[in-house]
Write a protein that binds this ligand. Sequence first.
Ligand code: FAD
Length: 407
Amino acid sequence: MSMKNVLIIGGGQAGATVAQDLRKRGYEGDITLIGEEAQLPYRRPPLSKAYLAGEASIESLQVMKAPILEKNRIDLRTDSRVSSIRPAEHQVELADGQVLSYDKLVLCTGGRARPLPVAGADADNVFELRSIKDVDAIRAECTEGRHLVIIGGGFIGLEVAAVARKLGLNVTVLEGLPRVLARVTAPQISTFFEQVHREAGVQIRTDASVSGLVGSPRVSHVLLRDGEQIPADLVIVGIGLIANTELAANAGLAVDNGIVVNEFGQTSDPDIYAAGDCSNLPSAFYGRRVRLESVNNAMEQARCVAAALIGNPQPYDPVPWFWSDQYDLKLQMVGLSAGYDTCVLRGDPATRSFSLFYLRDGEIIAADAVSQPKDFMAAKKLVAARVRAEAATLADPSIPLTDLLPA
Ligand code: FAD
């Protein structure tokens, strides 16, 4: 069957990229992009950074503006939610009852904020941070001198803490684990960022388990399991993401920590693909399946799906990378560090510019670079090439990292 009609569910980074890339690759048929948000497709990273700080406009976040959509003949339907997929009929049903047909369907449904499982989490001044709408509501509450309690010491929580200090709020970060960023970095990086935040005036509380939110309709205190109550004018919850897989699961597609796809982004139904945060992909590089939450992955996997759709499949096998901006610092990470046996520090954290390399059996498997873009660029190549290195060599800033690359 020739492909006349591609329907994409989810108007985020991945969905917009699939649509645009199909045109770049010469696809001439219909493209319909269905997004439940009111906005044109936009980038989320600035939400917890420049947009929250009031330093970026909505327009600067948009990945596709109206003229590009028009030029590319992409039929974007905003405020439109797909409620079910009928794979046998090659149809989807929208929440308003409309039924649309497809030749090929692409799921780019991303994820939603993990809800805080305690009473009071639905109070008026408790927020999650995933969308422009969320940040607009948060900003309206960010008055100088107010007490902000952030639940979750991950990237979003810490980025928000940095911006909120700049806006003059009193900030407390509550992290349930013994250190911030515990799931993604080594203790050295956690210690560094905890110190940076404390110096900026943020109260960081680790091993802090939240048992309730006190006050209605507005929360006035966050209750910890040990009985302590922390005053709060507003609360932001940043405790992770749940992949939006329900549409896929209800349609009978394979789902396992994300929508299961092959190396071309194809799901268990050959006419349905998936890309971005919602997908679980096979990594030949890591020898296991992974679900990645990053802009780079959303875009690259989306391009791979577009290529497969036009009949030019190219396997996708990423070495993931990610970044986080906090204060004047840029943290850039490459690779997945899980399973490392050795950490090597390069440079001095006291200078606020250093790198940390993760090794397993002598192989560099990941690196975190703090305001060290050169190390990061080199580390991307070292990790991808599976370079083995001596700890002493990596630790010596006088030896260029590029010297370690294979000729
Ligand atoms: P999303 O961008 O989540 O888009 C999915 C879209 O699908 C959403 O608009 C959703 O409303 C829509 N949708 C879902 N279900 C339906 C349905 N049934 N019908 C219609 N529409 C539907 N990544 C980085 O690499 N670096 C960063 O610094 C960084 N910072 C971030 C900061 C914040 C605050 C957030 C929230 C994320 C950040 N990320 C960052 C992660 C990055 O934004 C995501 O990995 C990326 O947006 C994933 O793109 P996606 O298209 O898969 O999903």
